[in-house]
Design a binder for this molecule. Structure first.
Ligand SMILES: Cc1ncc(COP(=O)(O)O)c(C=O)c1O
Length: 444
């Protein structure tokens, strides 16, 4: 007994010491998940292990898309790292082989790739390509989103900068929200209302002499909590972009690489963009990201701009990314995301019959959102409950998160090797946690 308590006291003080060092070395408010932060030491497949040897089911991490520490990805990384790693101004087959394999998965004319290290850089570069091609500056984005952390990209959105305005060359429009529809409208009327805000933004750019360069959005609106988008909305956006000679940029940093049950989010939504940006799952944790566009767009940009990225698309990164692509194909992970996603979604819908607080269940493939509300009719966001749920789930060794304009949508987004058994564990734990918390009362 005294041994156990000494050990847990020792662990608590180790945690306190890590937190103290972190704050001193990395600065205050460097983000951390959970009320009691996790100290992880190992990952394998869909599982993570903490310093005490506890196993957690990872239902959050989309970066380790093919599973934590996948042996083929690790072998590709160490094999190339022990042979050659160099920047991208030399000839190397691995870079071209990967570029060829990657672009072969896209529809024409998306045939040319520019490598970067992060999704932020990819979006930053996509903005430069679009502004170069159109000779205009104006970019339309949705409100309540996030596309990254460079200065140009940071100007697009205010999700993590409450109270600040978007940049001078940016107009943000409401995201298409089927759950809390603008003006209480429905179907075509709702779609038209959201499209009017695009029309208005384009007209304003033109009146202001800024000009219209394009629209940058995530095809599944991942950071807007995967809303149910009114039918026809994305087609309407694409038509407007084309009619005004802009470019449609899809940020596939979250929706790409099989997450939706299609390899690319644009295939899932059935609307083809002019430019696609990729990141997060591309290297399963290794930093590689990209812009994919037509050779016409890329060549025109490159003829005027010497874009070079020291680390982006180096031989090690490309070997890793190739292994990720191979694993997705060989393990049939796109169909797994579709099948297990469907199974999980219907399991969540069953739970919704029992738990009044589950106001909405939505999302594509293995990216599901559960909107928690204190009153289903009034759709009053249960923000505090969402925080309690993710912390209690964590205590029961299942990791999820939350998102959305009210921070009340449970974010369920596991590596796409997730199985039906894993889904059952998540569903059982969520059921248990919601029952417990609701019994305790005071839902808000
Ligand atoms: C949709 C989307 N785009 C871009 C980014 C930025 O990617 P990175 O953190 O690799 O720069 C993120 C990060 O969360 C994202 O969610």
């Amino acid at each position: 007994m005294s041994n156990t308590s000494t050990t847990s006291a020792g662990r608590a003080s180790q945690q306190t010491e890590l937190l103290r060092r972190r704050e001193k070395l990395l600065g205050k408010n460097t983000p951390l998940f959970y009320d009691q932060p996790l100290h992880l030491v190992r990952g394998q497949g869909v599982h993570l292990y903490d310093v005490n040897g506890h196993e957690y089911l990872d239902v959050y991490n989309n970066v380790a898309n093919v599973g934590h520490c996948h042996p083929r990805v690790v072998a590709a990384l160490s094999g190339q790292a022990s042979t050659l790693n160099i920047h991208t101004r030399y000839l190397h087959e691995a870079i071209l082989d990967y570029a060829e394999n990657l672009t072969s998965t896209f529809a024409d004319p998306l045939s040319t790739v520019m490598f970067t290290c992060t999704g932020s850089e990819a979006n930053d570069l996509a903005l430069r390509v679009a502004r170069h091609a159109t000779g205009a500056m104006g970019i339309i984005c949705t409100r309540e989103t996030y596309h990254g952390n460079t200065s140009a990209v940071d100007e697009l959105a205010t999700l993590f900068r409450a109270g600040e305005a978007v940049g001078a060359h940016v107009k943000s429009v409401p995201f298409p929200d089927g759950y809390r529809p603008e003006g209480g409208l429905q179907d075509q009327e709702l779609c038209d209302a959201y499209l009017r805000s695009i029309d208005q933004a384009i007209a304003e750019f033109q009146q202001e002499g800024i000009g219209f360069a394009g629209v940058l959005i995530c095809p599944i609106f991942a950071n807007e909590a995967v809303p149910n988008v009114p039918a026809g909305y994305l087609n309407g956006v694409a038509e407007r972009v084309q009619a005004h000679n802009g470019l449609l940029i899809f940020d596939e940093v979250q929706s790409g690489f099989g997450r939706t049950g299609q390899l690319w989010g644009y295939e899932y939504v059935g609307v083809q963009p002019d430019i696609v940006t990729l990141g997060k799952p591309m290297g399963n944790g290794h930093p590689i990201a990209a812009v994919v566009a037509s050779s016409e767009l890329v060549n025109a940009f490159r003829s005027d701009v010497m874009y070079f990225n020291t680390f982006g698309g180096n031989p090690v990164s490309c070997a890793v990314a190739q292994a990720v692509l191979d694993v997705i194909e060989d393990e049939q992970l796109v169909s797994n995301a579709r099948d297990v996603g469907h199974y999980l979604r219907s399991g969540l819908q069953d739970l919704q019959q029992v738990h009044e607080v589950m106001g909405d269940v939505r999302g594509p493939g293995l990216f599901l959102g559960v909107e928690l509300v204190s009153d289903r009719q009034a759709k009053q966001p249960a923000t505090q409950l969402a925080a309690q749920v993710i912390n209690t789930m964590k205590a029961k060794r299942v990791l999820i998160s939350k998102i959305g304009p009210f921070d009340n949508v449970l974010k369920i987004r596991p590596p796409i090797v997730f199985s039906k058994n894993n889904a059952d564990q998540l569903l059982d734990t969520l059921d248990e946690v919601l029952t417990e918390l609701v019994k305790q009362g005071g839902i808000s």
